[in-house]
Write a protein that binds this ligand. Sequence first.
Ligand SMILES: [Zn+2]
Length: 282
Amino acid sequence: MSIDELLAVNERYLAQFRHGAVPAGTSRGLAVSIVGHPAVDPHRAFGLALGDALLPRSTEPRVTAALRGDLAVAQHLGARQALHVLSTDAPNAPETTETLRADLETLRADPQLFGLDVHVGSYDVTTGRLELVTGVPAESEISAVLAANERYVAQFQPPVDVARGSRHLSVVTCMDSRINPEELLNVDLGTVTVRRNAGAHVTDEVLDGLAGDVAAHGAVDLLVLVHEDCKARPDREERLAGARADGSAAARDPRIGERAEVITGSYDVHTGRLTDLRPAHR
Ligand SMILES: [Zn+2]
């Protein structure tokens, strides 16, 4: 997807955008962190609307220090419950359950996260089903997520088989609850990898992941997308300069640059508009 295509998709998104007044933080007191296989659309799969939940995401299939930091920020922004999900094509494998139990211990032992009621589960990318390892608290946001997932499974369409030669899109954006990258960019499961953290930073871990995307897909379009009114990165000048520097760093990385088209953008959560941040378009 070129920048011109992205901007054309955004024009269509703007025409139906009605979410400008959604407040920051989380209206449901919820953070949903997703790690592992990228073929999951959390808004559809877990019944989340804009504003509902902070959504950190990583392709590293485990709880990293960075993810724990993001969940601490989510707690600061109002999350009281956290659902941590390992997305996988092997949900019933013993190592999946083992990983999740270890993740649960790590999260519950983290003093930064003592205010969070943490639950963990696996998401099956072949069926769309979410299964919890922990018990489900009745009439909680967690049980509401599971009920929404039941409905999703009933009409689940497996990820599209990406045609040879079609390009993969990798997105790095903020975990802010007001961004739905799949909807904003109008992309299907299987054609996009989304990574999200507090502030849309391209960290070394993210760079490694992007290099992995390039190796797996041959060529990718890479979108580094910061946003207006970012609670995790409030200084606008620093944020825009940082996004440009991050885009340049990815383009300079010998594992990424030559085989990726790097696009840097900023998304306005109040208007739905995506702005190209490359120097020529300033
Ligand atoms: Zn943000």
